[in-house]
Design a protein around this ligand. Structure first.
Ligand code: C5P
Length: 230
């Protein structure tokens, strides 16, 4: 039985059988997997159930990024948490205090609730275009501190925000970080990457790693090598 894990492997595939096979190989090594919107919209609750049946002991992070009025988000959170024992789930911090509070109330104490601050695909020009005037880093910090004040367990953040948020939000706060690449691995479409060891050293608590594991000839071996290098 796997209890705690630092690495959540992103299973991003449009083939459900492949998702189950990958989970079976990877979960015993990492202890954690992440399924996202693409997976959920393609395969729904049935797909999640299949993966959980394939790997019942895994810690599951559902990267759903909910953002709607508080009542609707609470209903969505309740529905998914009633169906599965999730380790982590997330909502958008820009949904605001009341939405995050409603989500937190709905998810119960077995699931850790994280906030997405600003999507890492947005740069300074893009956030100005949607009406945010202060700089990107300041906005990310403000949203992370709000999420912490509401009682959320942490945030999903990019590697270059780890140090800032560790100081702003204190030590008892989950920083779940995608965009992680072992030294020498292909960056794929990630722009700013950090190695697993560096990310943990500057204050990340958990890492989301996809293609460096799922795209390797032997995914279990790739995951084991990453863990060995920490
Ligand atoms: O394959 P790779 O390691 O790049 O996968 C990273 C995972 O983390 C993907 O599922 C991606 O959607 C997700 N993610 C991300 N950047 C964010 C939030 C989520 O790469 N800011």
């Amino acid at each position: 039985m796997i209890k705690e894990t630092k690495i959540f492997c992103a299973i991003d595939t449009s083939d459900l059988d492949q998702a189950c096979a990958l989970s079976r190989q990877i979960a015993p090594v990492t202890g954690g997997i992440k399924l996202g919107l693409e997976f959920f919209n393609a395969f729904g609750l049935h797909g999640v159930e299949r993966v959980m049946k394939a790997t019942p002991d895994v810690q599951l992070f559902m990267d759903m990024k909910y953002h709607d009025i508080p009542n609707t988000v609470a209903g969505a959170v309740r529905a998914i948490c009633e169906n599965f024992a999730l380790a982590y789930l997330n909502v958008h911090a820009v949904g605001g205090r009341a939405m995050m509070e409603a989500a937190k109330d709905a998810c119960g104490d077995k699931t850790k609730l994280l906030a997405v601050t600003l999507l890492t695909s947005l740069d300074d020009a893009a956030i100005e275009e949607i009406g945010y005037c202060s700089g990107l880093a300041q906005r990310v910090e403000q949203l992370a501190v709000l999420a912490r004040d509401v009682g959320l367990d942490g945030v999903v953040c990019s590697a270059h925000e780890i140090a800032l948020l560790r100081v702003a939000c204190g030590n008892d706060f989950v920083l779940m970080v995608p965009g992680i690449r072992p030294k020498g691995a292909a960056k794929d479409d990630q722009k700013r990457v950090m190695s697993p060891k560096e990310a943990l050293a500057v204050g990340a608590t958990h890492l989301v790693i996809g293609r460096p594991i799922t795209g390797a000839p032997d995914p279990a071996e790739a995951a084991a090598n990453i863990l060995a290098g920490l």
